[in-house]
Write a protein that binds this ligand. Structure first.
Ligand SMILES: Cc1cc2nc3c(=O)[nH]c(=O)nc-3n(C[C@H](O)[C@H](O)[C@H](O)COP(=O)(O)OP(=O)(O)OC[C@H]3O[C@@H](n4cnc5c(N)ncnc54)[C@H](O)[C@@H]3O)c2cc1C
Length: 400
């Protein structure tokens, strides 16, 4: 049996390795080398999976079915099989990295396994058409036609590539629907006039995204101030929701209660457990009690980073106003940094794919894996975990 895998990224290489046990496998890769994006992941450390509860935004049900009850265990078995030494104990928040903490080790292990198992990798071969005839396939790449019994399409998304379009046409051309793309997991551009002093500040917060004053999404975690806007996990999680509301007046309200070690006032979909805090939040009570004990000029000394105190305490307002600023520190969002998106929300509609096999219900013998599908996960290894496990499912099932 001949299998063609289009795209030599995380999911395509995993699929190729799994299919190679029972078929001749060729990977068509458009770049001069496969797996370029893997090298950029996790700041060069490659956060390749997560041992915790699955966290997906679009396509959550589909992603959970692909992961199954034991996704992390099966993925660890795959890494063990290809000789990649992975951290046995997860870091904070369930994140798992290769034991070397080097993304290059992941790509090296994938490529070496492909070579050992006879997988042919054709680099600089951009596929631009798939034809089906009598249950078999022909794929055109770089002007050459390649024949196959099954085709696995694993072209990823344009996030982080400098491209805009992606290779979705290969699959939509065969009748599959496409959910429009939005940049996700990227920084937000904000009006930073008068906030320049905060550049470089990193604080924990609950961030609520609002469109025309109404809350639309919320996330908790680190917020990092830059000169053009804000980033950090809490912000990145909200970026696709911000991109979706491009025509509205979008604001980001930061509740700084986690920085004060008190529980955030109200949250509707949120990552911090209430138990993480000393007491239910009341910023005003905290400020009033400090005012009784400390001179006014030391109200924030030892409580807030100095640069932040300078911004919050502008005009020296009273406790009521200050409590409002601490729990609703509002930034005006002017755009999303699409060029820095780690993933795209949207992609090939999962409705016509079987999550156990990744095979199309519309075109038998056609498989689609990884980020090309309308699945986007949270920071923390969830996107690579879905890419690898969907690739493993496609590669194993297409030869069984
Ligand atoms: C900067 C950055 C950091 C990230 N960090 C993390 C992280 O730490 N943890 C995490 O879980 N996720 C991370 N991600 C997301 C993660 O990299 C992707 O979700 C994952 O790589 C998707 O795997 P994939 O196989 O679907 O696609 P890709 O890995 O993108 O692979 C697709 C491959 O297909 C090739 N291709 C595309 N079109 C064609 C065509 N027409 N013909 C032939 N070949 C084609 C591409 O060149 C590419 O090699 C990060 C992303 C970025 C941009």
């Amino acid at each position: 049996m001949d299998i063609l895998v289009i795209g030599g990224g995380a999911s395509g290489l995993a699929a190729a390795i799994c299919a190679s046990s029972a078929a001749r496998v060729t990977v068509l890769e458009k770049e001069e080398r496969p797996g370029k994006k893997i090298l950029a992941t996790g700041n060069g450390r490659c956060n390749l999976m997560n041992d915790g509860e699955p966290r997906y935004f679009h396509g959550e049900k589909f992603a959970r079915s692909v992961l199954g009850p034991d996704g992390p265990r099966r993925l660890r078995a795959f890494f063990d099989d290809i000789g990649l030494n992975v951290m046995s104990r997860a870091e904070e928040d369930g994140r798992v990295y290769p034991a070397t903490h080097q993304a290059a080790s992941v790509l090296d292990a994938l490529r070496a396994t492909c070579a050992r198992r006879g997988v042919r990798i054709l680099a600089s071969s951009p596929a631009d058409m798939i034809e089906t005839r009598g249950g078999a396939f022909r794929v055109r790449a770089g002007g050459q036609w390649h024949s196959a019994d099954r085709v696995i399409v694993s072209c990823g998304s344009p996030a982080g590539t400098g491209e805009r379009k992606g290779s979705y046409g290969l699959v939509t051309g065969l009748g599959h629907a496409m959910v429009p793309l939005l940049p996700a997991l990227c920084p937000l551009e904000c009006d930073m006039r008068s906030l320049g002093a905060l550049k470089g500040l990193r604080i924990p917060a609950v961030a609520t995204l609002k469109a025309d004053g109404a809350p639309v999404a919320q996330a908790g975690g680190e917020v990092l101030f830059g000169d053009r806007g804000v980033s950090g996990i809490a912000v990145m999680q909200l970026s696709a929701d911000a991109a979706a509301r491009a025509g509205s007046h979008v604001t980001l309200s930061l509740d700084l209660s986690p920085l004060l070690d008190i529980a955030p006032r109200d949250h509707f979909r949120f990552a911090y457990g209430r138990d993480a805090f000393r007491a239910p939040g009341d910023a005003r009570a905290l400020l009033l009690s400090r005012l009784k004990r400390l001179p006014r000029e030391d109200l924030f000394t030892g409580l807030l980073p100095r640069v932040l105190a300078g911004v919050i305490d502008r005009g020296r307002p009273g406790a009521e106003e200050l409590a409002g600023r601490l729990t609703d520190f509002t930034l005006t969002v002017t755009g999303v940094r699409a060029d820095a998106a780690q993933v795209m929300r949207g992609g090939i509609d999962t409705a016509l794919f079987d999550p156990r096999t990744m095979e199309s219900r519309l075109v038998p013998g056609l498989y689609c894996t990884g980020e090309m599908l309308d699945v986007d996960g949270d920071c923390g290894g969830f996107n690579l975990m879905f890419a690898f496990l969907s690739g493993i499912a496609a590669g194993s099932s297409c030869v069984s």
